[in-house]
Design a protein around this ligand. Structure first.
Ligand SMILES: O=c1nc2n(C[C@H](O)[C@H](O)[C@H](O)CO)c3cc(O)ccc3cc-2c(=O)[nH]1
Ligand SMILES: C[C@H]1O[C@@H](n2cnc3c(N)ncnc32)[C@H](O)[C@@H]1O
Ligand code: SF4
Length: 335
């Protein structure tokens, strides 16, 4: 995997709701229940339309965890014509498929049954483990308890959902906690075989949060963690870093395989102060390894047929589309 080409996915980011039952000390994405706390159908359709015309292959649904547990939320979701955010997500996933994009959902922790029916319209799903350590940043976060996250990731394995997980670095964990978190992910993958990528994401302090002045981890810690991840994780798991948060060109040499989802039509709503590099810049970051587009479901899982029947034709078509684009790009490079 070390010398394989660097990959990325072209996506359109839809933050369906900012309401969340957790209170992570590092997060500015979360907002209280109020006007505009649910993305309207019109806004969502706009992002899907723009994404499709920009050649995106993935619709990324990321939002607050179990928002229905927050008082007054139901009124806001009902205004869009749904009784839960997952019903809304399911509807928009179907719309995304009609627009020609593969849905990938990161909704936080989900109940087994919810995971099961949402997976019927998703090509892949994700949930960051964050860390196996009990840390103050996760006080008042029922969904960030390590055992709760681990169970959810295992459930995705039982359901054969191609899965993205990862670590958030510098939130109060120690070096040995990072090793422990990676061992846990490796162990889950050995049992279920569904982890396609692990994100090594560095925490970025945000103004107005409890962790505004919290020290950040430097590139050397990120690099060490990537190397440790490469040692601990099975070879078939890709290591992803977000190119808008870290010094990606330097970290490539540490064992990175992938630059994750990059959205040409929206900002990164979780890290709005960090714009993504332009798609042309990804080529510079990847250097001699070269850069190629991938789908949100990796080849291995396409071959195994780990996707719902409704996605068969679209996966086939998009696979051919990106193959053609990748060939044209590599031809241009060799001229
Ligand atoms: O733009 C972002 N994309 C995030 N993504 C998107 C991700 O980079 C891509 O959608 C996947 O690589 C799938 O192609 C996540 C996906 C997950 O499943 C879990 C966590 C994340 C976290 C982020 C994030 O913080 N910012
Ligand atoms: C969607 C993912 O975004 C990450 N996330 C949440 N807040 C921050 C932040 N301040 N800096 C970096 N990553 C963050 C978490 O790991 C979450 O699971
Ligand atoms: S990081 Fe996710 S779970 Fe934590 S408060 Fe923000 S939206 Fe909620």
């Amino acid at each position: 995997m070390q010398n394989r080409v660097i990959t990325y996915s072209r996506n359109a980011f839809l933050p369906l709701t900012s309401v969340c039952r957790n209170r992570c000390g590092y997060c500015t994405f979360r907002r209280p229940v109020g006007e505009g706390c649910v993305m309207s159908r019109e806004e969502a359709e706009n992002v899907l339309r723009m994404g499709a015309s920009a050649g995106c292959t993935e619709a990324l649904f990321t939002f607050g965890e179990m928002p229905e547990q927050e008082a007054g939320f139901i009124d806001h979701i009902e205004k869009q014509g749904f009784s839960t955010v997952l019903e809304y997500c399911c509807h928009l996933s179907e719309r995304a498929i009609e627009y020609g994009m593969l849905p990938h959902t990161n909704a936080g922790v989900l109940e087994y049954d919810d995971l099961e029916w949402l997976s019927e319209v998703n090509a892949s799903m994700g949930l960051m483990l964050e860390t196996t350590a009990e840390i103050p940043a996760h006080r008042n976060c029922p969904g960030k308890k390590p055992e709760v996250r681990i169970e959810s990731i295992e459930n995705a394995g039982k359901l054969r959902i191609p899965f993205t997980t990862g670590l958030l670095l510098g939130i109060g964990e120690t070096e040995s906690d990072r090793e422990d978190s990676l061992e846990v992910i490796a162990g889950i993958h050995k049992r279920y075989g569904h982890i396609q990528e692990v994100i090594i994401q560095n925490f970025c302090p945000k103004e107005g949060t409890a962790m505004e002045k919290w020290p950040v981890v430097g590139s050397s810690v990120i690099c060490e963690t990537i190397k440790t991840a490469r040692e601990i994780l099975p070879r078939d798991i890709a290591i992803q870093i977000p190119p808008n948060l870290a010094d990606a060109s330097r970290l490539i040499g540490c064992g990175v395989d992938d630059l994750g989802g990059v959205s040409p039509v929206t900002i990164d709503y979780v890290n709005p102060e960090h714009p993504w590099p332009a798609i042309d810049e990804l080529k510079v970051i990847a250097g001699e390894r070269g850069i190629q587009e991938r789908l949100c479901i990796y080849q291995k899982y396409i071959r195994k047929g780990w996707y719902p029947p409704v996605l068969g034709n679209l996966i086939d078509k998009l696979g051919k589309d990106i193959q053609q684009r990748n060939e044209i790009n590599s031809l241009n490079n060799s001229q």
